[in-house]
Structure formats: structure tokens, C-alpha cells
Design a protein around this ligand. Structure first.
Ligand code: HPA
Length: 259
């Protein structure tokens, strides 16, 4: 089963599908938010609003482990996520989409692994599932709007936006977009041997890329405007994902532990 993790402004993506039930899952890390189980054509899907419905939780307070674990427990083996991001370059504009192929982790105080009881070192040479990325990109060619293939996602701790000096550094070390919620989610999915890819939706230019002050209203406005295209990209991608994936994600723990 595929799961969807909806980021900022994306709380009710089930509208086009056929809702079966809403369920809260208990995990060793606490309760998940209500997860919607719904049908899209003949596929069962699970939708989890990352911030809970209505944007209650700030990025550093999200229970990423409970979210990913709950989806795994429901039988999800692949996740498509969305993240609102700031763009580090003028050439990548608000309203455009980017499918990252790597990340830089500048988070500081989030539980970031399922394995505190033993040493498990998962490989993240390809942190995002190559097969899900490929599907998003080929599907993205047919939706209304630009979908950029690849780029480095920089994750900050938040909840404040960045300083100009931070943005300058992130650009110098190869960042393309900056957000607050992509980590540790992508790594936790890999630790549970699930495929994971994300659609970054550019909601603003990052601090000092434009001289404008960044406001959360502007972030929500852009997400609202692009929600229809984003939903289409997610749904059409899910329908295009090959049933037999040949990516290595489901074997991520092989070679990760000392024998
Ligand atoms: N910085 C960090 N997170 C964000 C931004 C930003 O500019 N825009 C949306 N999420």
C-alpha cells in the first residue's frame, strides 16, 4: 500500500478518493494523527497530515517516528510526501516543484532514529527512492507547471526562518531548497525499509534571495494556489508506480548491522 504524508496546507488530499475510515494508530513512540484510509480507483491508500489537521504542530514538535511507524504498521511500503520550501536561487520560483535527490541535515534536537538499542547504520547514498522519484518526474512532465528533477533539500530546525548568512552558506554548500520538515522523516522511512520520495513545493524565495520579508501567510497562499496541481501530481504518480519495484529500499537493513 502507498502512503501520503501531507505537509503545510495539505490536509485533505483524500477529497478525490473514496474515504473508508479514519484511524489513530498506537505506536511505541505515541499516537499517530488521524490517518485516512481511502480508495483511489482500485488502490487502497493511507493519508497522514504531518502537522495534524489545521497546522497545530510546529516542525520541531512533530512526532516523526510515530508518523512513519504508524504507516508501516498499516502495511504501507512506499511514501510520497510533500514539503513547503524556500528557494535558494532566483531561477527556482514560488509555485514550482522540485523532487530532491539528496539532503543536508541541519536539524538539532529531534529523535532521528528507531534504533537506540543497537547500532544500525543505514546507507543513504541514494536517500530518496530512485523508483518513486522517477515516477514523480515522468508524471510531472504531464501536469501544469514546472517539476525540477533533483536538487539538495536543506532541513533546518526552525521554527524561525533563516538568516541571510545561513542562506548564503546553504547555497555555497550546494543546497537548492530549504525547509523544516523533511528530516528525519526520509531517514526513518529508510530505517523501516520503506520507499520514500517527496515533492517540494516552492512557497517563497528564502531569506535574502528576495528582499521581501517572509511571512507564513505567503507560504499558505502559494500552497493553496498550487494544491490542485499537487494533488494531481500525487494521484497520477500513485497510479503510475510500478507494482513490482526493483529499488533497494526494501532491503535497507541488509549490511546495516554488525553480524
Ligand atoms: N525556510 C524554511 N522553511 C520553509 C521556508 C523557508 O524559507 N518556506 C517554507 N518552509
Amino acid at each position: 500500500m502507498m502512503g501520503i504524508i501531507g505537509g503545510t496546507g495539505v490536509y485533505r488530499i483524500v477529497e478525490r478518493g473514496d474515504l473508508k475510515e479514519k484511524t489513530i494508530i498506537n505506536t511505541p513512540y505515541g499516537e499517530s494523527p488521524p490517518i485516512s484510509i481511502f480508495m483511489l480507483e482500485d488502490q487502497e491508500l493511507a493519508f497522514l497530515p504531518r502537522h495534524k489537521e489545521g497546522h497545530d504542530l510546529p516542525p520541531h514538535m512533530i512526532n516523526y517516528r510515530a508518523n512513519v511507524y504508524a504507516l508501516k504498521k498499516l502495511g504501507v511500503d512506499g511514501i510520497l510526501a510533500t514539503n513547503a520550501v524556500g528557494s535558494l536561487n532566483e531561477s527556482l520560483k514560488p509555485g514550482e516543484f522540485l523532487i530532491p535527490d539528496d539532503f543536508l541535515d541541519f536539524t538539532r534536537a529531534r529523535p532521528f532514529t528507531f534504533y537506540n538499542d543497537r547500532a544500525v547504520h543505514v546507507d543513504v547514498t541514494q536517500p530518496y527512492c530512485p523508483q518513486l522519484r522517477e515516477t514523480l518526474i515522468s508524471t510531472g512532465k504531464k501536469v501544469d507547471g514546472r517539476v525540477v528533477d533533483g536538487g539538495v533539500y536543506v532541513c533546518t530546525e526552525g521554527p524561525r526562518f533563516e538568516t541571510p548568512a545561513e542562506i548564503h552558506m546553504f547555497r555555497q554548500i550546494g543546497g537548492a531548497v530549504v525547509g523544516m520538515t523533511g528530516l528525519p522523516e526520509v531517514v526513518l522511512a529508510r530505517e523501516l525499509e520503506m520507499c520514500y520520495a517527496t515533492i517540494c513545493m516552492v512557497s517563497n524565495y528564502a531569506a535574502s534571495v528576495s528582499s521581501e520579508k517572509i511571512t507564513i501567510d505567503e507560504v499558505f497562499d502559494v500552497v493553496e494556489q498550487k494544491k490542485k496541481v499537487l494533488t494531481e501530481l500525487i494521484y497520477n504518480s500513485i497510479l503510475n508506480i510500478p507494482l513490482d519495484r526493483n529499488c533497494p529500499c526494501s532491503r535497507a537493513l541488509e549490511g546495516a548491522e554488525i553480524e
